[in-house]
Write a protein that binds this ligand. Structure first.
Ligand SMILES: N[C@@H](CCC(=O)N[C@@H](CS)C(=O)NCC(=O)O)C(=O)O
Length: 232
C-alpha cells in the first residue's frame, strides 16, 4: 500500500483526515497508535517528534507528512479524487483554508483543553483555562451560527477541507459544550455533517472506543450505540 496513516480511531484530528480519505475513496493502510502506551509513544516519536497524530506516510514518494491541513492539501495535490477538498478557484480556496483554521483553532483546540483537563489529577486542574476554552467555544458557535444561516457547507455549496475540520470538531465540542436551542443553523449543519457517509464510517469506527472518551457520560445515546442517524 502506497499510503499509510498513523492514527487513533477516537482522535478528532485523525477523523478530519479520515474524512478526506473516505470522501475520495483513497486507499490507505491504517496504522493505529496508542499514545497512552509509553513504549508505543516513544516509538512514534521517530515518526513525528512532536508526537501528535495523525501523520501520513507516502512510501512511493518517501514522504512523511504531518499536520492535518497539510496532509489534506498533500492528498489533494498528489492523490486527487472526485471531491476536490481545496477549491480550484483561488478566493474559494482561501475561504476553505480560513474556515479550516477556524475550526481547528477555535473549536478543536478549546475542546481538547476541556477534555484533557478531565484526565488530569485532582491537583492538576486548570479551571481558568477551562473557563476560557468554554468562552472561546461560545464565541465560535455564535460565528458558526451566522456563517451557516446562508450556507449548506462551511464555505458554500461544496463540501471542502473546512467541513472535514468542522465535523469532528463539532461532534466532540457539542458534547462538552452543547450548542443549545439558540443555534438552529449550527445544529442543522452538524446534522448534515454527521449524515455524510464518510462521517458515518468515521463514527462507526470510533464507536468501539467511545468508552475511553472522558465525557462519554454526556455523549448522546445515538452515538454511544452503533449507528449515528437517529435523533434520540
Ligand atoms: N495541529 C495538529 C493537531 C493534532 C493533534 O492535536 N492531535 C491529537 C489527537 S486529536 C494528539 O495527537 N494528541 C496527543 C498529544 O497531544 O499528546 C494537526 O492538525 O495535525
Amino acid at each position: 500500500m502506497t499510503l499509510a496513516l498513523y492514527l487513533h480511531p477516537l482522535a478528532s484530528f485523525c477523523h478530519k483526515v479520515l474524512l478526506a480519505l473516505y470522501e475520495n475513496n483513497t486507499p490507505f493502510e491504517a496504522r493505529i497508535v496508542d499514545l497512552m502506551n509509553s513504549e508505543e509513544h516513544a516509538r512514534y516519536l521517530n515518526v513525528w517528534q512532536v508526537g501528535k497524530i495523525p501523520v501520513l506516510r507516502d512510501e512511493t514518494k518517501n514522504r512523511t507528512v504531518p499536520e492535518t491541513s497539510i496532509i489534506i492539501e498533500y492528498l489533494d495535490q498528489n492523490y486527487p479524487g472526485p471531491v476536490p477538498l481545496l477549491p480550484r478557484d483561488e478566493p474559494a480556496r482561501l475561504e476553505a483554508r480560513l474556515w479550516d483554521r477556524f475550526y481547528d483553532l477555535y473549536v478543536q483546540v478549546p475542546l481538547q483543553k476541556i477534555v484533557v483537563d478531565r484526565l488530569r489529577p485532582d491537583n492538576g486542574h486548570d479551571p481558568i483555562g477551562v473557563a476560557e476554552a468554554r468562552a472561546t467555544l461560545k464565541t465560535a458557535y455564535s460565528m458558526i451560527e451566522n456563517q451557516m444561516a446562508t450556507r449548506t457547507w462551511a464555505i458554500g455549496s461544496d463540501f471542502t477541507m473546512a467541513d472535514c475540520a468542522a465535523a469532528p470538531a463539532l461532534f466532540y465540542a457539542g458534547i462538552v459544550e452543547p450548542f443549545g436551542n439558540d443555534h438552529p443553523h449550527t445544529t442543522a449543519y452538524f446534522e448534515r455533517l454527521i449524515a455524510r457517509p464518510s462521517m458515518q464510517r468515521v463514527l462507526a469506527e470510533a464507536q468501539p472506543y467511545f468508552s475511553m472518551f472522558p465525557y462519554q457520560d454526556a455523549m448522546p445515546a445515538r452515538f454511544r450505540n452503533a449507528g449515528a442517524t437517529s435523533n434520540s
